[in-house]
Design a protein around this ligand. Structure first.
Ligand SMILES: Cc1cc2nc3c(=O)[nH]c(=O)nc-3n(C[C@H](O)[C@H](O)[C@H](O)COP(=O)(O)OP(=O)(O)OC[C@H]3O[C@@H](n4cnc5c(N)ncnc54)[C@H](O)[C@@H]3O)c2cc1C
Length: 463
C-alpha cells in the first residue's frame, strides 16, 4: 500500500486509521491461529465510510478485508494479500426492533448475544446461537452463515436474514431483499450474500426476522454404551415426531477429553452421550420431554438425567460446554472441521472416524449437532512431529472424501476461507467453481474484496 493511499485513508478516518505495528498485529489473526499482517486497519462508523474505503481501493488497487470479531475458524478475515482490514466493531448499533412486524434492523458489528438479549427483553427470539455468540458479530455470522445448537429446530443464520445493505467491490451500495415476511422479486441476492465470506460485498446493515420467545425449556442428558445406540435414539426421537431445539452428540473421544480436565460423574462403560433439549409452551415441553425420555430408554440409554430447573440444566450442559476448553489442553494444534452428513449416515461416519483414528494413530475428537448430521471433527496434533502432521493432513482429506461420498458437505457452518480452499472444487466441481468466479467478477470486478479466499489462486500454496 503506497503513501498516497495511507494519506487519503487518514483523511477519511483520522485516528480511526491505524498502521502502527501493534495495531496491525492485533488484526492479523483469527481463531485458526494463522497470521497475515495487514498494511493498515480502519474502523468505519457508517456505510459512507465503508463506501469511500472501497472506492479508494478501486483507485489505488489495494485489498479490503472485512472483519467482525475475528472468531472465524476458516481464516475468512485474514488479509492474505495484505491491504486494509475493515473492522466493523464500531458499527454496532441495533437500529430498531419492530415487535409488530417481528424484525430487527442492525449494523454488522452488533454482537450476536447483544441482539438475542435485546430481543429477549421484548419476549422475542433471534434463534441463531453459534457457540461464539458472546463475541462474534452479526456481520460475521451472515458472511459465514453461522449455525448453532438450535439449528436442528430453527435453522441457521440464512433463515433469519430478510434483507441486506452492502457495499459491492465497485463501491456501489446495494439494498437486497425485503422488510416483509415474503418477497420474490428477481434473483435472491440476499441469499447469495449470506455465506459469501466477505468476497462479494461488505454488509453494512441487516434486516433480520424474529420469532416469539418460547416459554420454557426441558433438558435431558442420556448416556449410551456406544455411538450406534445414540444414533438409533436420535432416529427414535425423529420417528416420535419430536423436533428438539438441540440434539448434541459427544463420542467417547470427546467424553474422555473432558474427563481429563473436569470431574463429571458417569458410569465407566459410557461410550457416547446425547444432550437433548425441547422448547415451547410448558405443557408441550413436558409432553415432548417425556417422549424424548421414552425414546432414549427404548434405544438403550444406560442412564437418562433430566433437568427440572436452571441450575440442573447448567449441570447437564457442563459436559458439552467443557469440550472446547478441554481440547485446548490436550493438543498443541487442532485441525477443526465441521462436516455434515445426512442424518441417516451418522453411524457410518462415526465408525469411519473411529477406525481412521486407530489406523493413523491419531487422536480425533468428535462431537456436534447430531440432529443436523453436523459433526465437529477435531484432529489433534500434539507437537512438531512432522510425521504426525502428515498423517493428520491425510486424515482430513480422507474425512472430506468420505463425507462427500456419503452425500454430505465439507462445511456446515465455518465456511471455506483459506483452510478448506484446497478441497473446495472436490465438492462443487469445476463448473461450480467457474460459475462462482463469474459471480465474483460481477460483484467485484477488480478483486478488491477479500482476495485469496474460497478457491485457491494461482501460486497459492496448499496448506
Ligand atoms: C469458541 C468458538 C466457537 C464457535 N462456535 C461456532 C458455532 O457454534 N457455529 C458457527 O457457525 N461458528 C462458530 N464459530 C466460528 C465463528 O465464530 C463464526 O464463523 C462467526 O460467524 C464469525 O463471526 P466474526 O464476527 O468473528 O467474523 P470474522 O471471523 O471476523 O469474519 C468471518 C468472515 O466474515 C467476513 N465478514 C465479517 N464481517 C463482514 C461484513 N460486515 N460484511 C461482509 N463480510 C464480513 C470476513 O471477511 C470473514 O470472511 C466459533 C468460533 C469460536 C472461536
Amino acid at each position: 500500500m503506497d503513501d498516497i493511499s495511507r494519506t487519503r485513508l487518514r483523511e477519511i478516518f483520522g485516528d480511526r486509521f491505524r498502521d502502527a505495528p501493534d495495531d496491525r498485529l492485533c488484526y492479523s489473526f483469527d481463531a485458526t491461529g494463522r497470521e497475515y499482517l495487514p498494511d493498515a486497519v480502519v474502523f468505519p462508523l457508517c456505510t459512507e465510510e465503508v463506501r469511500r474505503t472501497v472506492l479508494l481501493a478501486n483507485e489505488f488497487g489495494f485489498p479490503v478485508v472485512p472483519r467482525g470479531a475475528g472468531s472465524g475458524f476458516s481464516g475468512g478475515c485474514l488479509p492474505v494479500r495484505g491491504g486494509v482490514v475493515l473492522s466493523t466493531e464500531r458499527m454496532d448499533r441495533i437500529i430498531t426492533i419492530d415487535s409488530g412486524n417481528l424484525l430487527a434492523v442492525v449494523e454488522p458489528g452488533v454482537v450476536t448475544e447483544t441482539l438475542k438479549e435485546a430481543a429477549r427483553r421484548l419476549s422475542l427470539f433471534y434463534p441463531p446461537d453459534p457457540a461464539s455468540m458472546k463475541f462474534g458479530t452479526i456481520g460475521g455470522n451472515i458472511a459465514e452463515c453461522a449455525g448453532g445448537m438450535s439449528a436442528v429446530k430453527y435453522g441457521v443464520t440464512r433463515d433469519y436474514v430478510l434483507g441486506l445493505e452492502a457495499v459491492l467491490g465497485t463501491g456501489e451500495l446495494i439494498r437486497t431483499g425485503v422488510s416483509t415476511a415474503k418477497g420474490v422479486v428477481g434473483y435472491d441476492l440476499t441469499r447469495l450474500l449470506v455465506g459469501s465470506e466477505g468476497t462479494l460485498g461488505i454488509i453494512t446493515r441487516a434486516t433480520l426476522k424474529l420469532l416469539p420467545l418460547p416459554g420454557s425449556t426441558g433438558t435431558l442428558l442420556a448416556l449410551f454404551r456406544d455411538n450406534g445406540a445414540a444414533a438409533r435414539a436420535v432416529a427414535g426421537i425423529v420417528a416420535a415426531r419430536i423436533t428438539p431445539s438441540a440434539m448434541e452428540l459427544m463420542d467417547r473421544s470427546a467424553i474422555d477429553c473432558v474427563r481429563r480436565v473436569v470431574e463429571i460423574e458417569m458410569p465407566e462403560n459410557t461410550g457416547c452421550a446425547l444432550l437433548v433439549e425441547v422448547d415451547g409452551a410448558l405443557a408441550a415441553v413436558m409432553a415432548e420431554a417425556d417422549g424424548v425420555e421414552a425414546a432414549l430408554r427404548t434405544h438403550g440409554a444406560i442412564e437418562v438425567r433430566r433437568a427440572t430447573d436452571e441450575a440442573g440444566r447448567e449441570q447437564l450442559w457442563k459436559l458439552r460446554r467443557s469440550i472446547s476448553p478441554a481440547l485446548r489442553k490436550i493438543g498443541a494444534v487442532k485441525l477443526n472441521e465441521d462436516i455434515v452428513v445426512p442424518r441417516s449416515a451418522l453411524p457410518v461416519m462415526m465408525a469411519f472416524l473411529s477406525d481412521l483414528a486407530d489406523r493413523e494413530r491419531l487422536t480425533i475428537v468428535n462431537f456436534g449437532h447430531a440432529g443436523d448430521g453436523n459433526i465437529h471433527v477435531n484432529v489433534m496434533i500434539s507437537g512438531t512431529d512432522a510425521d504426525e502432521r502428515r498423517r493428520a493432513d491425510a486424515a482430513v482429506e480422507a474425512i472430506f472424501r468420505k463425507t462427500i461420498d456419503l452425500g454430505g458437505t465439507i462445511s456446515g457452518e465455518h465456511g471455506v476461507g483459506i483452510s478448506k480452499a484446497p478441497f473446495f472444487e472436490m465438492e462443487v466441481g469445476p463448473l461450480g467453481v467457474s460459475v462462482m468466479k463469474r459471480l465474483k467478477a460481477a460483484f467485484d470486478p477488480k478483486g478488491i474484496l477479500n482476495p485469496g479466499k474460497i478457491w485457491l489462486d494461482e501460486g497459492m500454496a496448499r496448506s
